[in-house]
Design a protein around this ligand. Sequence first.
Ligand code: SIN
Length: 278
Amino acid sequence: MEIQPVAGALGAEISGVDLQQEYSNSVAAEIHAAFLKHHVLFFRDQHLSPQQELRFTRIFGEPDLYPFLQGLPEAPEVIEILKTETDTKNFGGSWHSDTTYMEKPALGSVLSAVEVPEFGGDTLFANTALAYNALSDGMKAMLAGLVAVNSSDGPYRGGRKAAMATLAGMKDAYAVEAAVYESEHPVVRTHPETGRKAIYVNSSHTKRFRNMTEEESRPLIDFLCRHVIRPEFTCRFRWTPGALAVWDNRCTQHHALNDYAGKRRRMHRVTIKGDRPV
Ligand code: SIN
C-alpha cells in the first residue's frame, strides 16, 4: 500500500489496495492512521458495491442514517447524490462540514463515484485545524469559549424541501416534510482522536453565536468562513469512475463544485456516526 500526499495542507491518495477484496486488520489500521494524519483519503478504481462501501466505512466508525434523504432500498445508510443533465443546482455546493446542525454531527463521510462528468464536478477540501493554527493568539483567545448555533435551514432559505424539489435527480428521496435541526457547538472543537483544535464554523450551517443576534455574529462568522478556505489550507480531488474518498468532518470542510452544466454525476455517500463536539 502506498500513501501519497496530494497537497501541503491535507489529502492523500492511497494505491495498492483493492477494497472489494477482504483486507486484514493491519491494512484497516494503516488506512485509519492515514485518515487521522491526512484528514481526507482518496482511492482510485474501487467501484464498490453499497455493501462494500459500508464495510469500508466501518474502518472509521458506524454508518449512520442521513436525516434528510432516504437511502438505497438495499442499504439505507447509503444515499445517492445525483445531478442530472437538466439540474442547475447541486447537492453540497457550498463550503460545509456535514450535519453540524445535529447534536452529534457526522464524524466523517465516505463518497464513492458511480458516474462522473468527463470534466468538472471536483470536490474541494479545507483543513480547519491548519486554519485554526494560523490565527493570532488574540483571535484564538477570543474564540475560546464561544458557542455557535448551527441550523439545517442555513443554505436553504425557504426550506430544504423547496430546495430539494429543484434537484430532479434527488427530490423523490427527500425523507421528511419540514424538519429543521438546530444545535449548539463550540466554535473551536478539539479532535477526540488527535487532540488537535479546529475551527468548527461553516458558511452553510452556522447561523449565529449563542446569546448574540445574527447581525452581531455575521462579521466574525464571515471572517472565519473566509479564513478556513484560504487556498493554502485546501486540496482538490478530480473524480474518476470508481474513485472513493473518506473525509474527517471534525477537522475539514468540503465543497462540491457545480461546474458541469448539462452533464450527469452520480455518487453514493455514507455518513459516519459522530459524537458531541467539545
Ligand atoms: C457532499 O457530501 O457534500 C457532496 C460532496 C460531493 O458530491 O462531492
